[in-house]
Design a protein around this ligand. Structure first.
Ligand code: HEC
Length: 157
């Protein structure tokens, strides 16, 4: 009797996490109004590694100094966001194709993902993938400053 009740309770929780019976919904790691709260740290430029998209890189306040100075560690929760635009949109002014985003986890808590949480998010703010191995494996190869820092890859202007 008791185990059956427990599994019923669990099923209820799982259903409650689903929007429409499909995949469990995951929230994007960045807020919808990020453009008024985040700071651009690298302007629009082409990315040979992100599908030849043009990209802008933005950070929240917590990520700003570690990202720009590359000396202090990223605090837990810090967010680094990439806005992605079409190959032909060299000023990043048209509609965005979506975002890739990283959020810092505690040191040593997730060595498989370089202590970051990773997401790809579509223009409707639907999380398309989370912690994809290809994100982690490519970012693992980014090296040390100035070629990358703590799992981030951009060479800053
Ligand atoms: C083939 C290699 C490669 C893959 C795969 C890749 N990235 Fe990147 N990523 C880069 C490089 C290189 C940069 C530096 C900016 C640039 O020039 O594109 C970057 C930049 C970023 C940035 C901006 C912060 C920074 O400086 O690194 C974020 C956020 C990001 N990637 C997230 C992701 C996510 C999420 C995925 C998987 C969905 C992913 N990346 C897959 C190579 C890669």
């Amino acid at each position: 009797m008791f185990p059956r009740l427990a599994s019923l309770a669990l099923a209820t929780v799982v259903v409650a996490c689903n929007d429409d019976g499909g995949q469990p919904s995951i929230e994007p790691l960045f807020p919808a109004d990020y453009s008024s709260r985040y700071t651009e740290v690298r302007p629009c430029m082409s990315s040979g590694d992100h599908d030849l998209h043009n990209v802008r890189i933005l950070v929240d306040d917590a990520a700003h100094d570690p990202y720009v100075d590359r000396t202090a560690p990223f605090p837990v929760g810090a967010v680094v966001l990439k806005e992605e635009y079409d190959f032909g949109d060299t000023t990043c002014s048209g509609p965005t194709l979506g975002w890739t985003v990283m959020q810092r986890l505690a040191d040593g808590s997730s060595l498989d993902t370089l202590d970051w949480e990773w997401q790809q998010v579509d223009p409707d703010r639907v999380v398309v993938s989370a912690d994809e191995p290809r994100c982690v494996s490519c970012h693992t190869g980014c090296g040390v400053p100035p070629d990358g820092y703590e799992g981030t890859c951009a060479i800053l202007p």
